[in-house]
Design a protein around this ligand. Structure first.
Ligand code: AMP
Length: 121
């Protein structure tokens, strides 16, 4: 698998402070911010601060402290947002997953009933 990272992707620019974001939570290893085009009342993106292109890249190569920091950010987002009735966490990956931004991000989506996970192809 080619996990080549493009440092000019928009989330890398957010991490460098070159473009603004609506931050929900931040720690040493992860940043959580509101999606600019929310699909539900809660739509937060959690990203690692390291240069990982996708979930499988992050899972395979991120250091344990990066993975723990990332999951701690997920926990904080879920604790702080209105998702007591549930939510969906998803990570679009590469072409078939219709990934637009090549920096790993986990969508946390909730605040309304979300329907079934996938519509028929
Ligand atoms: P995908 O890579 O398919 O998971 O989609 C990328 C997501 O990033 C979309 O939901 C966009 O609305 C979101 N997005 C793109 N640019 C920004 C930005 N500058 N701030 C926040 N969210 C963004």
């Amino acid at each position: 698998m080619d996990f080549t990272y493009d440092p000019e992707n928009i989330f890398a620019k957010i991490l460098r402070g070159e473009i603004p974001n609506d931050t929900v939570y931040e720690n040493d290893h992860a940043l959580a911010f509101r999606d600019i085009n929310p699909q539900a009342p809660v739509h937060v993106l959690v990203i690692p601060k390291g240069p990982y292109v996708s979930l499988d890249h992050f899972a395979a190569e991120a250091a344990p402290e990066e993975q723990l920091g990332f999951m701690a950010a997920v926990a904080e987002v879920c604790r702080g947002e209105a998702v007591a009735n549930g939510f969906r966490a998803l990570s679009n990956t590469r072409r078939d997953g219709v990934q637009e931004v090549p920096h790993f991000h986990l969508h946390i989506i909730g605040g309304r009933p979300l329907g079934r996970m996938l519509s028929p192809a």
